[in-house]
Design a binder for this molecule. Structure first.
Ligand code: SDX
Length: 389
């Protein structure tokens, strides 16, 4: 029987498979709007340019969790809650200290976040009354996990989180063991705003799919981290930096145009370029480009920006492809002294706000996510005993 009695779906007649679900609208959402043709991004009503110029990451968290900006009292309360939740349970710290120093930071982050469920007294119960507190707790702990592993793998003492300061300030403090300057804090805070939410990207779709089974928020976030880790998604920023370091190894006169054309000639993907939705410059990239240019001058890494622009112009002229959010974020993080294999962890530190916002939205109006597949194999084959195969 090929016709589904309930939905009328007849898989033998199904005309078209959307590879990668391209163009498929799976949900309605109030979390963000993307116009890929003109390069517009809106978080719950506010244009990304407005947020980049005016908001803090904590205000964006509140916005994505409540679909409105906080008043002064609500923002103060959220800041206090995030600060109070920064400490890690001791089993997680023990794991971070004992795990292999050569482990991938995103793998350690995935494991550590999953472990947070063990010490949650509700054991990740699927209860809408719990989700906001769990979102705050996980958001607050991710920076601590990242910084703790980076210091531990370098043989340095783990730095305890501060009981004050922004998420950005505290992260850089725990990572470097010293208070960051105002510029570094502002740069990090803006990067966290720009990476917070982006509609139905692969990791957010993953988070919603896990939520839709009424599993728990830790499982949903752990799965999303696994999805973000991939180089076609959040892992691209590390890959971009590795590309720039490849150029740096060739010396200051490295030819980024020839380098890019050679990769294209071999049909290789250039990390940091292209997007399933944007068919123009990613609006987040414009803010990151400005930061990259300014920081490359301040830190004496002008060649990084030159190579970036050579790659950008070559991709535009050769393939009419624009950079995405990962392209300039790489050189921005590098310029503020962050190691390339931590870049996707920083993406996670930000996107946790979007994932948990979507988790709460999915839970509030849930239906199990279960698409179909067009079966193209054999049917009803006769059994052959193993001795005759
Ligand atoms: C993020 O979805 C989101 O919103 C994600 C994100 C978010 O905020 O959550 O914006 C964050 O993940 C950004 C994307 C980071 N990934 C990369 O930078 C990896 C490199 N980019 C590509 O792999 C690619 O552009 C994707 C994966 C991003 C999009 O892939 P699609 O939509 O499946 O497009 P495609 O691979 O089918 O490419 C279409 C054409 C192909 O050419 P043809 O084979 O048709 O001739 O464009 C070419 C591709 O070869 N192409 C590229 C390219 N990206 C697309 N060619 C060279 N280099 C590239 N980067």
């Amino acid at each position: 029987m090929s016709k589904d009695l309930h939905t009328g779906f007849d898989e033998t007649q199904y005309p078209h498979i959307n590879q990668g679900l391209a163009g498929i609208v799976a949900f309605s959402t109030t979390k963000s709007f993307i116009d890929g043709a003109v390069g517009e991004l809106i978080y719950a009503g506010y244009n990304i340019d407005t947020l980049a110029e005016n908001a803090t990451f904590e205000e964006v968290c509140f916005l994505l969790w409540n679909d409105r900006l906080p008043n002064a009292e609500e923002l103060e309360s959220l800041n206090k809650s995030l600060i109070s939740e920064r400490e890690l349970p001791s089993p997680v710290i023990d794991y971070i200290k004992s795990t292999d120093k050569s482990a991938e930071p995103m793998a350690v982050l995935r494991t550590a976040v999953s472990m947070l469920a063990d010490t949650d007294p509700t054991k990740g119960k699927f209860d809408e009354a719990l989700f906001m507190d769990q979102a705050i707790s996980i958001t607050a702990k991710i920076p601590t996990i990242i910084a703790a592993f980076d210091r531990s793998r370098k043989g340095k003492d783990i730095v305890a989180p501060l009981s004050s300061g922004s998420t950005a300030f505290n992260f850089l403090y725990m990572l470097n063991g010293e208070e960051p300057g105002t510029q570094a804090e502002k740069t990090m805070d803006l990067c966290l705003i720009l990476h917070a939410e982006h509609g139905m990207n692969a990791s957010t779709f993953t988070a919603r799919t896990v939520c839709a089974t009424m599993s728990d928020i830790y499982s949903s976030v752990t799965a999303a981290i696994g999805a973000l880790k991939g180089p076609l998604h959040g892992g691209a920023n590390t890959a971009v930096m590795n590309t720039l370091l490849e150029l740096e190894a060739e010396g200051k006169d490295a030819d980024a145009v020839a380098f890019t054309k050679a990769k294209l000639a071999k049909k290789e993907k250039i990390m940091g370029f292209g997007h399933r939705v944007y068919k123009t410059f990613d609006p987040r990239g414009r803010h990151l480009q400005k930061m990259s240019e300014a920081l490359s001058k301040e830190t004496g890494h002008e060649e990084l920006y030159k190579w970036s622009m050579d790659m950008l112009n070559t991709m535009k002229s050769e393939k009419n492809i624009d950079p995405n959010v990962d392209f300039f974020s790489a050189s921005v993080y590098y310029s503020i002294g962050i190691q390339p294999d931590l870049y996707t962890c920083i993406f996670t530190m930000s996107r946790i706000s979007g994932w948990t916002g979507h988790f709460m939205e999915q839970a509030a109006n849930n239906r199990l996510i279960r698409p179909r597949a067009l079966y193209v194999g054999e049917k009803n084959l006769p059994w052959t005993p193993v001795e005759e195969r």
